[in-house]
Design a protein. Structure first.
Length: 166
């Protein structure tokens, strides 16, 4: 971890797992004094829920907290077998990290509550064909989704008006 403004650095211990890292992201909770959390999602070799093995795949979640300088293993994240987090669509806001998924859902991981939720995109976006380029952004403390349809040359902008109601 490096704070370039004051030219200080401190090594963060790598979590001791034998899993492959899928996603690694950081959220700053406070800047002075600095307090941040790092979430790491990794893919275990097998899912502990054998009877659900064909319906779900499990992701290990770990959280690093700069207050206590430790990694913490969290509950498994269970996603439908065909579901996966998109690699370039993360947005952080409201104490959560957000990703679009390949099945056109929104995955939100709350770093304070150490929990996650998965909910569908608005029906017109969810039901549309895959020709739209969908991106998440944060603008004026709102979660925004842009959908660019290059084929028909137009763009839709969706604003989440009530974050708690999704």
């Amino acid at each position: 971890m490096c704070i370039s403004a004051i030219k200080q650095w401190k090594r963060i211990l790598t979590p001791k797992t034998c899993y492959d890292t899928m996603k690694l992201d950081m959220m700053v909770e406070r800047s002075n004094p600095i307090h941040y959390k790092i979430v790491r999602f990794s893919k275990p070799k097998f899912c502990l829920h054998a009877k659900e093995l064909y319906m779900f795949h499990c992701i290990k979640a770990e959280l690093f907290d700069s207050k206590n300088w430790r990694w913490k293993l969290l509950d498994e994240v269970k996603l439908l077998r065909e579901e996966s987090l998109h690699r370039i669509t993360k947005v952080s806001m409201n104490s959560s990290l957000h990703w679009l998924t390949w099945r056109r859902n929104l995955f939100a991981f709350d770093v304070k509550k150490e929990s996650y939720c998965l909910f569908p995109l608005p029906p017109p976006v969810f039901e549309s064909n895959n020709s739209k380029d969908i991106k998440l952004v944060e603008y004026k403390k709102n979660l925004i989704m842009t959908c660019i349809d290059k084929k028909n040359n137009f763009m839709e902008v969706w604003i989440m008006e009530d974050y708690n109601e999704k």
